[in-house]
Ligand binder design. Structure first.
Ligand code: NAD
Length: 374
């Protein structure tokens, strides 16, 4: 089969295949077709893809392949270039994009949403949410440090001394743990909180003090946090406000799958923070963890608190975001190309394949049955 790698939208930088993964996709039996310039924003030139064995092509030819792999959800104009029965693989986030699911059905396409891979051990090598969250957690600290404008580590010099910056991370999932580890390695004094008390050891292992939430929250059987009751949330938010007022940098990462991100810091809590302090709201794309977050923007309150609401933190490391994403895609294609003959074979009895198959030749298969975490 011909497998196409189109260009990303003009304002985005990640690509779905690197020259290295192209070589491996060819070994799986695919004829790989890369649109001219597809890797340029992530620093992979056309010549490197050609050297790896890819054919360079225009937009229509790339979207006209049997399998098209993207890093972003495509629009209708792009889907119109696909042939009925062709397969789209990408970060499709079907739960939040019902209109895209409808467009896929209308065009009799098969679609695999790699961002719905279940969080089970066997699927870890395809887990794009984890690989991107890890990069985003690192980048959140770099953004915070740049906007903070002061050292993160403590220093004693002949000319004076500075204390280390204090960093408070709310939510210790993949992104939160990466942020804690990065802030600690830059010399900050770090605290971390999560509603899931079982993450305390992980928080400590990457260098932070664990601050427990006053009410232990149940974890649902998929391993994620559940939404809190209003009373629980009020207790927890009082703790977040108190800890944030004492911090130089706050990084919020709290998410509840399929829901708006929980509101952790209201206007009063932000206004109680010191002038010059910085919040990086990693849940900005999902509604935001603070009342004052503006998705995609950096805002500074009249009281001098800067809130970074970037929704593309991982993509601000475009080469590595593409390398990890390309590797997740390769691992997925290895699973669904069992004979290494360049032909997709979707085994819907496999719980990973079933979980990511949104529709097959236009037949709606979303949402899939739930998968228990292992
Ligand atoms: P996420 O992005 O959904 O949420 C980030 C963190 O926010 C979570 O730790 C969550 O507990 C926390 N949170 C939610 N509401 C909060 C609140 N009100 N206050 C404070 N914290 C709050 O999480 P994630 O990083 O995607 O990971 C979620 C779970 O999945 C974790 O248990 C993680 O270990 C697990 N996981 C498993 C695998 C696997 O392959 N087995 C892979 C990745 C993640």
């Amino acid at each position: 089969m011909r497998l196409g790698i189109p260009c990303q939208p003009p304002d985005r930088s990640m690509t779905a295949a690197t020259p290295q993964t192209v070589e491996q996709l060819i070994r799986l039996g695919y004829e790989v077709v890369v649109q001219h310039g597809a890797g340029a924003p992530a620093q992979f030139p056309d010549a490197a893809y050609e050297e790896a064995g890819a054919e360079l092509a225009d937009r229509a030819e790339t979207w006209g392949c049997n399998v098209v792999v993207t890093a972003y959800a495509p629009d209708d104009a792009e889907l119109d270039l696909m042939h009925p029965g062709a397969t789209l693989i990408g970060r499709l986030d079907p739960a939040r994009h019902p209109e895209l699911v409808q467009s896929l059905q209308d065009r009799s396409l098969t679609a695999l949403a790699i961002d719905t891979v279940p969080r089970i051990s066997r699927a870890q090598s395809m887990d794009v949410l984890s690989s991107q969250a890890n990069l985003a957690g690192y980048r959140a600290v770099i953004e915070a440090a740049a906007h903070f404008g002061r050292l993160l580590n403590g220093q004693v010099t002949a000319a004076g001394k500075f204390p280390p910056a204090s960093v408070y991370v709310i939510g210790a999932g993949v992104a939160g743990l990466a942020a804690i580890g990065t802030a600690y390695s830059l010399g900050a004094v770090v605290k971390g909180t999560d509603v899931r008390p079982e993450v305390a050891d992980q928080v400590k292992s990457v260098g932070a003090e664990f601050v427990p939430v006053p009410t232990a929250q149940e974890v649902s059987d998929d391993g994620y946090a559940k939404e809190m009751s209003a009373d629980q949330a009020a207790l927890a938010n009082a703790l977040y406000a108190e800890q944030s007022a004492a911090a130089d940098i706050v990084i919020t990462t709290a998410n509840i799958p399929g829901r708006r991100a929980p509101l952790l810091l209201d206007r009063a809590a932000v206004e109680a923070m010191r002038p010059g302090s910085v919040i990086v709201d990693m849940a900005a794309a999902n509604g935001g963890n603070t009342e004052l977050t503006v998705p995609g923007e950096v805002v500074t309150t009249p009281g001098g608190v800067t809130i970074v609401g970037y929704t593309d933190l991982a993509e601000r490391l475009p080469a590595q975001a593409s390398q990890l994403y390309g590797r997740n895609i390769l691992n997925l294609l290895t699973l669904v190309t069992p004979d290494k003959d360049g032909n997709l074979a979707l085994d819907l009895d496999d719980q990973v394949v079933r979980a990511i198959t949104v529709c097959q030749a236009g037949e709606l298969l979303w949402p899939p049955p739930p998968v228990a975490v292992s």
